[in-house]
Write a protein that binds this ligand. Structure first.
Ligand SMILES: Cc1ncc(COP(=O)(O)O)c(C=O)c1O
Length: 393
């Protein structure tokens, strides 16, 4: 997740929003979609939405005019992409079982394998699918690992030593394995076009001798294209140069975070106030482990509208969730006035890598999902007992 940017939803009366609730502003999604669409048009590449980062399908209509399709991580995301987005569907998984592959094939235009072993194992099924009368041509890709990235946190570094993601050149060998139509690499995380240019140079150095034999190159996600200081011109120029060197290649980008960064909030309510030590505690109706797991995993610190760093203003609280996990603590923030039960707290930048990761641990109330367009609040989903029950038997 990003260093949170302030989310500029300033025209919504929070008291009309059910709590808890993820509210996504379609105007902000559109802003991101247009930037991605501009890259697509000016660089002459294709841009896919990575569903792993943002999959609120009721908002797909905002992206459809600007993007070429979706990228999926397995059969279920591929099905969602096919049914709800409906343009190109590309699926990569670190490993496909036979069952997963058969399902994925039904919904995908491109399937990317992680290793030459996976490719060899599934090539007969891929070829059989191609021969089926009327079956569409499913493109076959191989994910390569450039062995070079500039990601500092190993949890998010696909090129960390011994990584299982993609295959190193020395593992694949001299020849491009039979059946490969395109190559895929993903080595960025929340990074700029300058880093992309350096990673691409390594990819070309290590795998460029195969480029004449392939039709497309997928440059993965992690491009922080919609961030205000991102150098969009450099990205466009880098892709144009790449295409000048290899005019036969179709170039794909598959950002997730860039599509949804800074487009939505998590609306929460103070349910209780408590104190067992030096800091007053505020218990909220959201859980860090269930609803914003990246705060624990990344870790990162979200922004709360109107709140400051601990101690910055007179009333500092430790904010925590409603589960039994002792570490279900979001962090310490300060407020200019004492908190009261029933107060709304609005967490910024909560659209990406949140809804897609949520759990119902402890049976905690699952945040509703809503879209806001500046005029009407559309609560597209509320969750209850049946949603919890249906996942468990
Ligand atoms: C293969 C692949 N493609 C695309 C993405 C999307 O990355 P981001 O959301 O950082 O743009 C990821 C993220 O992990 C990925 O693993």
């Amino acid at each position: 997740m990003s260093d949170p940017l302030p989310t500029p939803i300033t025209d919504l009366d929070w008291s009309i929003v059910p709590s808890p609730c993820f509210v996504v502003d379609t105007r902000l999604l559109e802003r991101n979609a247009r930037i991605l669409g501009r890259v697509r048009a000016e660089a002459g590449c294709k841009v896919l939405l990575a569903l792993k980062g943002f999959a609120m399908w009721s908002a797909f209509g905002v992206f459809k005019p600007h993007l070429d399709g979706c990228t999926a991580s397995g059969p279920i995301e591929a099905q969602l992409a096919r049914e709800e987005f409906g343009k190109e569907v590309h699926t990569y998984a670190p490993a496909f079982s036979e069952v997963d592959l058969a399902e994925t094939l039904t919904f995908s235009d491109h399937i990317v394998f992680n290793t030459p072993g996976q490719l060899a194992r599934h090539l007969p099924a891929m070829r059989a699918a191609r021969q089926k009368t009327g079956a569409k041509q499913v493109e076959i890709g191989l994910r390569v690992n450039p062995g070079y990235a500039e990601v500092e946190v190993d949890l998010y570094n696909p090129c960390a030593s011994g990584s299982r993601l993609g295959s190193l050149r020395e593992v694949i060998g001299k020849e491009l394995p039979a059946g490969v139509d395109g190559l895929h690499f993903h080595a960025l995380c929340e990074q700029g076009a300058d880093v992309f240019a350096r990673v691409l140079a390594v990819v070309e150095d290590r795998f460029g001798d195969w480029f004449p034999q392939i039709r497309w190159l997928n440059c993965g996600g992690g491009h922080w294209i919609t961030k205000p200081d991102y150098d969009v011109e450099l990205l466009i120029a880098t892709i144009r140069d790449l295409k000048r060197r290899h005019p036969h290649l179709t170039i794909y980008l598959e950002p997730g975070e860039a599509a949804a960064v800074d487009t939505g909030v998590l609306v929460t309510t103070v349910v209780d106030l408590h104190r067992n030590g030096p800091l007053p505690l505020a218990l909220l109706d959201v859980s860090v482990t269930c609803h914003m797991p990246d705060v624990l995993e990344m870790p990162y610190r979200p922004t709360i509208h109107g709140a400051g760093e601990a101690g910055a203003t007179p009333h500092t609280y430790r904010l925590g969730g409603p589960t039994c996990l002792a570490g279900d603590v979001i962090g310490d923030w300060s407020f200019s006035a004492p908190l009261a039960i029933g107060d709304r707290l609005i967490f910024a930048d909560m659209s990406h890598y949140t809804m897609v990761k949520t759990t119902m641990f402890n049976g905690v109330k699952h945040p509703s999902l809503a879209l806001w367009d500046g005029k009407a609040l559309n609560v597209v989903r509320r969750f209850g007992y049946q949603d919890y029950r249906n996942r468990l038997s």
